[in-house]
Design a protein around this ligand. Structure first.
Ligand code: ATP
Ligand code: MG
Length: 450
């Protein structure tokens, strides 16, 4: 049904695949009646239901269907079959913002304009009670006039599920844009988390690189947790000040959107025009969210479709910007698949992780040496093929109740190490490990290949 050239509900002709994310495929499509170009996001129903935030998604989707903002990808229609949900959206012809700027950092004024458009979009949606929770380059698109269009507003449950089971694994993408309180999986305020991500985006636009970027994932978590970053010397002092107010690791003291919008650097060249009636000029197909989410739904709640009266916001036409050369973000998102070490995540205090590791060592007849700074050295009791096997297990604190452990061979035979890791250590850790999607996939692949 999703193949190129096929029809969807006798209303849309599906075209090429525009992109693919963790949860969905996005296709170009054309409305057969109006010839309008659209993008259709196809998601497995099951994936949404697994997240268990159905009422929230239903509410946000119905709000998103009614709101219109020049910098938000509009949601035209939601359709469903038994197993899939189709989000019919505005097609952003200009593709991803970061492809355009892959050539180099932006001039201050240009970066400011995108940031103003981003903040306008985020502020607008927040005022309607809709949070993004997954602001990152893939969700910043451009239309044919070079206007910023934020996508996936109202689909926050997808972000949520990644945060729940995939965030801390490298195969699930970069945490570079994610607020510290989201990483530590404390309950968090969607508004404050979005503001953090906007700060990271502003930094990247102006610097040409990420504020938090370490090849070692653990180092990166630490820096994010402490809000430790350094502005390049070309950042003007007012941007530095704003940056440190946004990238404040404490969500309670982090700046509010309203304050960002009052900031004198932000305000430069920012004029607001009254927004036209949000639904004006568009025939919206009727939508019964309850029907769309139909069969799998357990609790039914009234869907709120009220929205506030329009408020002034930025409607500047945006010039198409020709950008200079030399900036490639792709390396930051690549995953190193030569696995020399294994990583585990735990929602436990460090002491619990260490004592579990000591138990395992006992069973495997390994000697344990504790070294300061969360490093444990495990040493075999007999000679292996390449001498005594010795393993380093390093534990990193993300928060007092959230830890990461990296296990790697420091000497001995690699095959012996891998065998012990797969057959003994991994299964023994199973009951205290906090699994993430990548781990499960990896395990399935291993099962299939054996
Ligand atoms: P994730 O699954 O982690 O949210 P993502 O945002 O990259 O990642 P999708 O939202 O499924 O995943 O989108 C996949 C890609 O499709 C995007 O990166 C973008 O390039 C393209 N895309 C999405 N929406 C549109 C749109 N409205 N117009 C044009 N291209 C789009
Ligand atoms: Mg997206």
């Amino acid at each position: 049904m999703e193949n190129k050239g096929s029809m969807l509900m006798q209303r849309y002709e599906l075209g090429r695949l525009l992109g693919q994310g963790t949860f969905a495929k996005v296709y170009y499509a054309r409305n057969l009646k109006t010839s309008q170009s659209v993008a259709i996001k196809v998601i497995d129903k099951e994936k949404i239901f697994k997240v268990g935030l159905i009422d929230q998604i239903k509410r946000e989707i119905s709000v998103m269907r009614l709101v219109r903002h020049p910098n938000v990808v509009q949601l035209y229609e939601v359709m469903a079959t038994k197993t899939k949900i189709y989000f019919v959206m505005e097609y952003a012809k200009g593709g991803e913002l970061f492809n355009k700027i892959a050539k180099g950092k932006l001039k201050e004024d240009v970066a400011r304009k995108y940031f103003q458009q981003l903040i306008s979009a985020v502020d607008f949606c927040h005022s309607r009670g809709v949070y993004h929770r997954d602001l990152k380059p893939e969700n910043l698109l451009l239309d044919e006039n070079g206007n910023l269009k934020v996508s996936d507003f109202g689909l926050s449950a997808l972000a949520e599920s990644r945060h729940q089971d995939g965030l801390l694994h490298t195969t699930c993408g970069t945490p570079a844009y994610v607020a510290p309180e989201v990483i530590s999986r404390k309950g968090y305020d969607g508004a404050k988390a979005d503001i953090w991500s906007c700060g990271v985006i502003l930094f990247v636009l102006m610097a040409g690189y990420l504020p938090f970027h370490e090849s070692n994932l653990m180092e990166m978590y630490k820096k994010i947790g402490k809000g430790e970053f350094k502005c390049p010397n070309w950042f003007p002092s007012d941007v530095r000040r704003l940056m440190s107010k946004i990238l404040d690791p404490n969500p309670n003291t982090r700046i509010f959107i309203a304050k960002i919008m009052e900031n004198s650097w932000f305000r430069k060249g920012f004029y607001s025009k009254p927004l036209q009636n949000e639904t004006e000029g568009k025939e919206l197909a009727p939508l019964d969210v309850d029907v769309v989410f139909g069969p799998c739904e357990k609790t039914s709640t009234a869907v709120e479709t009220k929205h506030d009266s329009a408020k002034p916001t930025n409607l500047n036409a945006f010039d198409i910007i020709s950008l200079s050369v030399g900036f490639d973000l792709s390396g930051l998102f690549e995953v190193n698949d030569k696995k020399k070490e294994a990583r585990f995540t735990f929602r436990q205090p460090a002491s619990a992780v260490i004592s579990k590791l000591e138990d395992i060592a006992k069973c495997l007849r390994l000697k344990v040496k504790k070294i300061d700074g969360g490093l444990l050295k495990l040493e075999g009791s007999k000679e292996g093929r390449k001498g005594v096997l010795s393993i380093d297990a390093e534990i990193f604190e993300v928060t007092p109740f959230f830890h990461l452990m990296e296990v790697k061979k420091s000497s001995g035979d690699t095959l012996e190490f891998q065998k012990m890791l797969q057959e003994d250590i991994r299964p023994a850790l199973k009951d205290i490990v906090w699994p993430c999607q990548g781990d499960q996939q990896q395990q399935q692949q291993q099962l299939q290949s054996t």
